[in-house]
Design a protein around this ligand. Structure first.
Ligand code: NAG
Ligand code: NAG
Ligand code: NAG
Ligand code: NAG
Ligand code: NAG
Length: 590
């Protein structure tokens, strides 16, 4: 009997306690849920503040940033870029964008996405020595270059992700380097030979992901607000064939068609006035020539040099610091006596406008070629020999020079709701340190401290139509027939026979290649960084990215496959020269 009331008596008490606990727990979870929803709302609310609808989907401020590597500003005036020219007429742009010094790919791609001079973001070259890490950076070796330690500033995808703006980065240099331990929501592994059509599909596919207010929105695959994509083609063929060659014309027009596809893809989605597009390039390109080479090892004793950084510039680090001053004085004298290069001490007379001194990764002594010139050591190219045999210097096009030289000029063209100007507006030229702020503004994120000063909205000075380009720079002269082909055709037996059949050409190239490409093994300590490099490129990378992917890199790496392609280039050159004189039909198409 006693047993029964007990549980019944205890029952209500236990129930009451349980109820209280349950209420507390529910309240607790309610609070948690509320906090979660609130935080989610603020995350969403900010970017959505300037949202626009294309009729069926709401878009938070969205910007596509595309970099066309090596697209020189005046390529727009060759009548082969209808899509880009129409884009200029629809958007806002300066006549050209100045790169930063040195005008090469990795430093400038980092500047474009940080707003910092290379001395401040730390990627001071495509290859350089870090005296603190005691290691070499080299850009075609991802195993090394894609370690975060090299990348000392936060790029725009980090800025965006930190502010809850999702970023998708397609092959932008550095995007696989885990910078700041923050990954873009989407990051595409670098492939040198990605079809241009695939790049367009990728970008449009990202826009087609459900937006934040769409019913089928998925948190694990959000639609990105920042899409940055990299297009290597024009740079690659500019190196291979030269910026004034006929071959590069088809590359330029295929990149233009790619942009045309992108623009019409946006139009089909009713996104032309909703999504911003910013098209930039990183630098221009200048024609090289065997008559514009500086044989560095004829000028200084290379055995005094521990390492040289930065190609086509030469940043010299002597073995003994006490050699810096004498080497500088000697080079300075030679520079005054001959054409083609300037010499600077990083900490003394490096031009202020280069902003190229405040970093230990910058070598103490610099030999900087004048635009269109190249500096070579004999193991890669013997100038005297080449002039005798009529050998043509490769690469046919080079950049890296004074970033304010007209042939180094890049482009910036923008269109979309963040650029609400009269179509075809023109702004004053500016430097690419400004691009980061502008793109941040276009998606509504707060930029980190940087060297840019421009902000949106841009301030047009007029219309392109009423203000034609002030000047279209003339390229440097190429190796001209009377210098090379006439002498070589008359004096050399191999070259005419090479032109007769392509089989022979391969042989010619095979025999001339060892002399012209960087030697494979470097025994001299004084070797420039170029030949040393390819030894470190793993065969794995080569299989993935090398082969026919990137002839320029192959050439740099001294790969035989590349050499074969190089031979084709030589063949083209030779047959060019012959068709010039004999009007041969072999070189009809471009
Ligand atoms: C296209 O977008 C505009 C806003 O930019 C909107 O007014 C228009 O209705 C849309 N058109 C269609 C067909 O949805
Ligand atoms: C709006 O954009 C979405 C995503 O790209 C697309 O699927 C949709 O068809 C577009 N709406 C219109 C009216 O074009
Ligand atoms: C560097 O050069 C100076 C002057 O020629 C010499 O006294 C010194 O021993 C050298 N140092 C080394 C490490 O070779
Ligand atoms: C560039 O910006 C960085 C970061 O704000 C700053 O540290 C550096 O001093 C600036 N450089 C110049 C030349 O103003
Ligand atoms: C560049 O090419 C054009 C046409 O292909 C030619 O007329 C011009 O002379 C070339 N310029 C130089 C500097 O070689």
């Amino acid at each position: 009997m006693k047993e029964l009331p007990e549980p019944s008596r205890r029952g209500p008490r236990v129930w009451k306690l349980t109820a209280i606990h349950v209420v507390i727990i529910i309240a607790f979870f309610g609070l948690l849920l509320g906090a979660y929803l609130a935080s989610r709302n603020t995350n969403k609310a900010r970017p959505l503040s300037n949202a626009l609808s294309n009729g069926t989907s709401v878009f938070a401020p969205t910007t596509i940033l595309i970099s066309l590597d090596g697209f020189r500003a005046d390529f727009l005036h060759r009548n082969i870029t209808p899509s880009l020219n129409a884009f200029v007429q629809a958007g806002v742009s300066p006549e050209f964008l100045n790169p930063s010094f040195p005008s090469i790919t990795f430093p400038n791609h980092m500047t474009l996405v940080t707003g910092l001079y290379p001395e401040s973001h730390g990627v001071v070259g495509n290859s350089f020595w870090d005296p603190h890490l005691k290691e070499d950076f080299f850009y075609t070796d991802p195993a090394r270059s894609m370690q975060p330690k090299w990348w000392n500033a936060d790029p725009i995808w980090v800025t965006a992700e930190e502010q809850n703006v999702r970023a998708a980065i397609h092959m932008w240099p550095g995007s696989e380097a885990h910078i700041g331990d923050i990954e873009p929501t989407y990051v595409d592994k670098y492939k040198g030979h990605e079809l241009l059509g695939n790049k367009v599909d990728r970008i449009l596919g990202l826009l087609d992901l459900p937006g934040p207010l769409d019913k089928d929105a998925k948190p694990e695959s959000p639609r990105p607000q920042l899409i940055a994509a990299y297009v290597p083609d024009v740079d690659r063929d500019g190196h291979l064939y030269g910026p004034n060659g006929t071959e590069i014309r088809s590359t330029i027009s295929s990149v233009d068609s790619m942009l045309g596809e992108l623009f019409s893809g946006l139009e089909q989605r009713n996104l032309t006035d909703i999504v911003n597009i910013v098209i930039v390039s990183d630098h221009g390109m200048a024609t090289t020539s065997t008559s514009r080479l500086v044989q560095l090892d004829d000028i200084i004793d290379m055995s005094l040099i521990e390492r040289s950084d930065g190609w086509p510039l030469y940043g010299l680090r002597p073995k003994n610091d006490s050699d810096i001053e004498p080497l500088y004085n000697h080079l300075k004298q030679e520079a005054a006596a001959m054409e083609g290069f300037d010499v600077y001490l990083k900490d003394r007379d490096m031009p202020e406008r280069y902003h190229f001194s405040r970093n230990d990764r910058i070598a103490p002594l610099w030999v900087i070629p004048r635009t269109g010139w190249a500096i070579v050591v004999k193991e890669e190219f013997n100038v005297k020999e080449a002039k005798k045999t009529g050998q043509v210097y490769h690469p046919r096009g080079v950049h890296g020079y004074d970033h304010e030289h007209p042939l180094m000029r890049a482009i910036f063209v923008a269109r979309g709701p963040a650029f609400p100007h009269t179509p075809g507006s023109k702004v004053e030229p500016f430097q690419n340190i400004e691009v980061y702020n502008l793109v941040c503004d276009s998606v509504g994120i707060v930029p980190k401290p940087n060297n840019g000063t421009l902000r949106l909205p841009l301030k047009p000075i007029g219309l392109h139509d009423s203000m034609p380009p002030t000047e279209i720079p003339e390229d440097m002269p190429e190796d001209v027939p009377e210098d090379v082909s006439s002498t070589s055709i008359e004096s050399s037996e191999t070259i005419p026979s090479a032109a007769a059949s392509s089989t022979t050409v391969t042989q010619v190239a095979a025999s001339s290649t060892p002399a012209s490409r960087p030697a494979i093994a470097t025994t001299e300590a004084a070797a420039p960084s170029r030949p040393v490099i390819h030894d470190d490129v793993s065969p794995e990378d080569e299989d993935k990215d090398g082969k026919d992917t990137n002839l320029w890199w192959d050439w740099v790496k001294g790969k035989l496959d590349g050499a074969k392609e190089w031979a084709t280039g030589l063949y083209d050159t030779v047959s060019d020269k012959i068709s010039n004189t004999a009007a041969s039909p072999s070189e009809g198409s471009d």
